[in-house]
Design a protein around this ligand. Structure first.
Ligand SMILES: [Zn+2]
Ligand SMILES: [Zn+2]
Ligand SMILES: [Zn+2]
Length: 157
């Protein structure tokens, strides 16, 4: 994406034009073209969770922003819909018996959200899903969606 942005800039396009062609933000174009200067503007560099490209976001969006462009955001949405449908084809309820569709979601067993193979997906309800993301602290288990509960402990929790 950076190369494409630089080439388009060389060809004389404005930041807005480039952003429209590449489907990323103007901020990201400016970041790729001017590089270091962005630090003064309090930008934060991130890696797209879909395609791996580097893009730029204002600091306040630093935790929220996941994708470099509309294309990647859409393709991620399509992918989620595809694997959600796929997991519902295997089963229509959580291991605990919950079968209300609005309470069910697809959990990534190995913690890798890019691994959407059906072997890595498990249909769980919200409660059982929280149980799959526990972290042990001095005072006991706490829910932490960046953590994975050791599988062998699940039946004891
Ligand atoms: Zn991307
Ligand atoms: Zn999960
Ligand atoms: Zn459940």
């Amino acid at each position: 994406m950076k190369e494409q942005n630089l080439a388009l800039r060389k060809a004389g396009n404005t930041y807005s034009q480039i952003a429209a062609i590449v489907h990323c933000s103007k901020t990201t174009v400016r970041f790729h073209v001017t590089g270091l200067r962005c630090r003064k503007e309090n930008l934060f560099e991130k890696e797209c969770q879909k395609c791996g490209n580097t893009f730029a976001v204002p600091k306040r969006r630093k935790d929220k922003a996941k994708f470099c462009s509309i294309v990647c955001t859409r393709s991620n949405k399509d992918e989620i819909k595809r694997y959600r449908d796929a997991v519902f084809q295997k089963t229509n309820k959580c291991g605990c018996g919950e079968d209300k569709r609005y309470l069910l979601l697809a959990h990534h067993i190995n913690g890798n959200h890019n691994d959407n193979n059906s072997d890595n997906l498990e249909l769980t309800c919200f409660n059982c899903h929280a149980k799959r993301h526990l972290r042990q602290t001095e005072t006991g288990w706490v829910v932490d969606y960046s953590a994975l509960t050791p599988r062998h402990l699940l039946s004891t929790l």
